[in-house]
Every structure is written in C-alpha cells, then in structure tokens.
Ligand binder design. Structure first.
Ligand SMILES: Cc1cc2nc3c(=O)[nH]c(=O)nc-3n(C[C@H](O)[C@H](O)[C@H](O)COP(=O)(O)O)c2cc1C
Length: 219
C-alpha cells in the first residue's frame, strides 16, 4: 500500500552536509563538566529524538534511568574507583603511569547521570531480526546512544560514557528491573572545554587511525 504523503521530505543541502560533518568531527567523549544544570525539557527533547534511532524489528528496546539520589551516585563513584584501581593494576611501567594521569569520568561534576538499558524481553518487534542474533537488541540501544551523543553535541551539551564499572554492582546499586540489561552509564552536562580531537589522543594514550580503520577488506 502506498501511503499518501502528508509532509514533504526535507532536502539536505551542501551547507547542511558540511555542518553535519562538523558535528560528527566535534562530538567528543566529555569528562570535564561545568556544574550548571541541564533543563529537564532539553533532556526530554533529546531522549525523544532517540526514539527515532534504528532498532532491530522496530523493537525500540532502549530504556532510561535517571540517577538522581546522592546515595546512588556515591555508590557508582565508589564502583568506578574500585574498577579503575583494578584496571590501573593491569598495566605496568610507562603505560601504567600514563593511565594514572588520565581523567576517565566526570561523575562528580556532571549534573545528569543517565543509565541506558536494553529490554531483552520486549515483545515489540515480534522477534523480527533477532532470532539468530539476540545481541541485536543491545546493538539497537547503542544506536540510540549515538543518536543522543550527536543530538547533545548539537545543543552544545557534552556526554561521557563511563564503562569502567562492575555491571553487577551497577545493577544492584540502581535496583534495575530484572529484564533490563545494563548497557551504559552516561554523564551529561555543559562541557568545560571543546576540542576536535579525542582526549585520549591529546593526552598521549592512543592516536586515531582515521584512514586505516575505515578501509574495508574486499572479499
Ligand atoms: C562503549 C564505550 C565505552 C567507553 N567508556 C569510557 C570510559 O569508561 N571512560 C572514558 O574516559 N571514556 C570512555 N569512552 C570514551 C572513549 O574513550 C572515546 O570515545 C574515545 O577515546 C574517542 O574519543 P571521542 O569520543 O572524544 O572521539 C567510552 C566509549 C565507548 C564507545
């Protein structure tokens, strides 16, 4: 069935494409936040946009939790400190010294702490596309996170993904619903600085390999 067109599709011009490329280039993982609040309506607007992210079978399996209580935020911060200490101990020599100098989260400053989960048991989508690859539910949630990341950057907001955490301890500290898989702990707020290169590159941890990493194998 062909639906009647109600709105004219937009035509994205060269200026928009150039700006979009700038948005992609200037999106950063942010760990240095100002303390200023983020208006709840702005966050709502950004989350609403993520509902348009691609998802396996149109399952829309992303689920969000705002971590507001000081007690729970402290539990997450302690979780990070422990996990980060263990990670540091896994390195030796100069690499360990470099690791110790990195700032790998903005948990104490970020005004918004957002947990993103995947509803592994959602009936939405009737299982389409995930019978052979159930992990596509989680991939769909990551697609929503990337949408949020870019949308936040377009508003001048910074987002930082904190994965140096014991996921089981996150689950119990936040009392997450049993069917939800913990995917990401995100810090969101107004960035203290803006850069067009990743912090890890700037601080000598890892260089980007733009050309090589996107070269497809041919089969
Ligand atoms: C799945 C995932 C987990 C991440 N976890 C952390 C983290 O725990 N701490 C951190 O500082 N950065 C984390 N990052 C951010 C990456 O370090 C960052 O994306 C990368 O260095 C490139 O920098 P850019 O995002 O500014 O381009 C994570 C990113 C992703 C995609």
């Amino acid at each position: 069935m062909t639906g009647e067109a109600t709105t004219r599709p937009p035509r994205f011009d060269a200026a928009f494409r150039a700006q979009f490329a700038e948005l992609v280039r200037w999106r950063r993982d942010v760990r240095r936040f100002r303390l200023d609040a983020v208006a709840p309506e702005l966050l709502e607007r950004l989350l609403a946009l993520t509902a348009c992210a691609p998802s396996v079978g149109l399952s829309q399996p992303w689920r969000y939790v705002l971590v507001e209580s000081d007690e729970r935020r402290h539990a997450i911060r302690d979780n990070f400190l422990q996990a980060n200490k263990a990670a540091l101990e896994g390195y030796g020599g100069e690499r360990q010294a470099r690791y110790a100098r990195l700032k790998l989260e903005g948990l104490s400053q970020a005004p918004v702490h957002l947990v993103v989960c995947a509803d592994e048991t959602t009936a939405q989508g009737h299982g389409l596309g995930r019978q052979t690859m159930p992990e596509t539910i989680r991939y769909s949630v990551v697609a929503a996170i990337q949408t949020l990341w870019l949308a936040a950057r377009a508003e001048g907001l910074g987002l930082g993904w904190v994965s140096i955490l014991d996921p089981g301890a996150v689950r119990s500290a936040l009392d997450l619903p049993p069917d939800w898989t913990f995917i990401a702990y995100l810090c969101i707020g107004w960035p203290e600085e803006e850069h067009d290169d990743p912090e890890l590159e700037r601080h000598g941890w890892q260089e980007r390999t733009c050309a090589e990493s996107v070269k497809p194998l041919k089969r």
